[in-house]
Each structure stands twice: as structure tokens, then as C-alpha cells.
Design a protein around this ligand. Structure first.
Ligand code: ZN
Length: 191
């Protein structure tokens, strides 16, 4: 199950944080009550449905409904999401996994793309260098291979790509990823 952050936002827009807090059994009236996260005799724990957040001015605890349920009931994030879904929005089809998990998977995929692109570019650089070394024309320009001319004209570009890559791999992937991949792929497979 993949949880999408817009689904989490949907849940937050449907479920009132004051309901979740009141249902937890702590002393809570209107929008304030006794903080469950520290000992106190006068209420300094506030919640606002409009913003969907709570904050304690005594101990500093704050967060949204998922944070409250996780901390109050000692649940991890996926259990907190299920708890809220089952208790407050059963019957509404909200398919959610943790946004954290989704972000982690996206990060992993990007890392893999970066690794592949780097290998492609290194391989292409090696091929161009090899062509420049081994296919160098000896006397005249007659009979210069098209591969040699191409390598001469493009070695600077591949070096530049690799420099930029090393400066910031994420930025490189974002701005030049597609172009660099096609370029390297041509050199590696068709040149
Ligand atoms: Zn507190």
C-alpha cells in the first residue's frame, strides 16, 4: 500500500483534531485542556480544528492528529493512520501509506538513477578517450574516421558533464539527466 501525502491531507481535513483529543479521555473543553504529555494543574494544552494542530505552552509538544495519536497511544505512524481511519472515517475509501515511506522509496529510486547515469557517463568518457588514443590519424587528415572526429568534438562536453555531476549530483540529474543519458547512450551503443 502506498500512502500519498494528499490522502493524509484529506484525512486531516475530514477529522477534527479536537474530537481525537477529546476521545482520548483527557480533560479537554472547547479548545484547551490539561496536557497529557506533562504534569500540570492548569490547562496549557491547546488545539485548533482550523489548523488541525495542537500545541502545549507548558512543555512545547505540538503537531497534527497523526503526531497526537502516535505520542498519546505510543503508536508508529502507519498504526496511527489506521487508528484514525478506522475510528473516524470508516466507509470512506482513503488509501494511505506513510508519506515517509513514499519519500524514502522516491529517494532510493533517485539514488539508483544517479548511480546508473554516472556509470553511463564514465563508460562514454572511457570510450571517447580510447578512440582519441587508438584511432588518431598518423599523417594526413585523409581517412580520418568519423568516430575520431566525433570524439574530438565531444570529449570536452563529457568532461564538463562529469564535472557538473560531481558538483551536485541531484541538481545534475534534474537539469541535464535526460540529455546526458541520451548523449552517453549514443556514445556507448551507436558510436
Ligand atoms: Zn505539555
Amino acid at each position: 500500500m502506498i500512502y500519498r501525502s494528499d490522502n493524509l491531507d484529506l484525512i486531516k481535513s475530514i477529522v477534527k483534531i479536537t474530537d481525537v483529543i477529546r476521545d482520548s479521555g483527557i480533560e479537554f473543553k472547547g479548545n484547551k485542556g490539561l496536557c497529557p504529555f506533562h504534569e500540570e494543574k492548569t490547562p496549557s494544552f491547546f488545539a485548533a480544528d482550523k489548523r488541525g494542530r495542537f500545541k502545549c505552552f507548558g512543555c512545547g509538544e505540538s503537531g497534527d492528529i497523526f503526531d497526537f495519536v502516535q505520542r498519546f497511544y505510543g503508536m508508529d505512524f502507519p498504526h496511527a493512520v489506521n487508528f484514525i481511519k478506522e475510528r473516524y472515517i470508516s466507509g470512506i475509501d482513503v488509501n494511505v501509506t506513510s508519506g515517509y515511506q513514499a519519500r524514502r522509496e522516491a529517494k532510493k529510486a533517485e539514488k539508483e538513477r544517479i548511480r546508473q547515469l554516472w556509470n553511463q557517463l564514465i563508460k562514454a568518457q572511457r570510450k571517447l578517450k580510447s578512440i582519441l588514443t587508438h584511432e588518431k590519424p598518423s599523417f594526413s587528415l585523409d581517412g580520418v574516421s568519423g568516430r575520431y572526429v566525433y570524439a574530438t568534438n565531444h570529449i570536452d562536453l563529457i568532461n564538463l558533464f562529469l564535472d557538473e555531476f560531481l558538483l551536485n549530483e541531484n541538481k545534475f540529474l534534474e537539469f541535464y539527466g535526460k540529455e546526458a543519458s541520451e548523449f552517453a547512450s549514443y556514445i556507448n551503443n551507436d558510436l
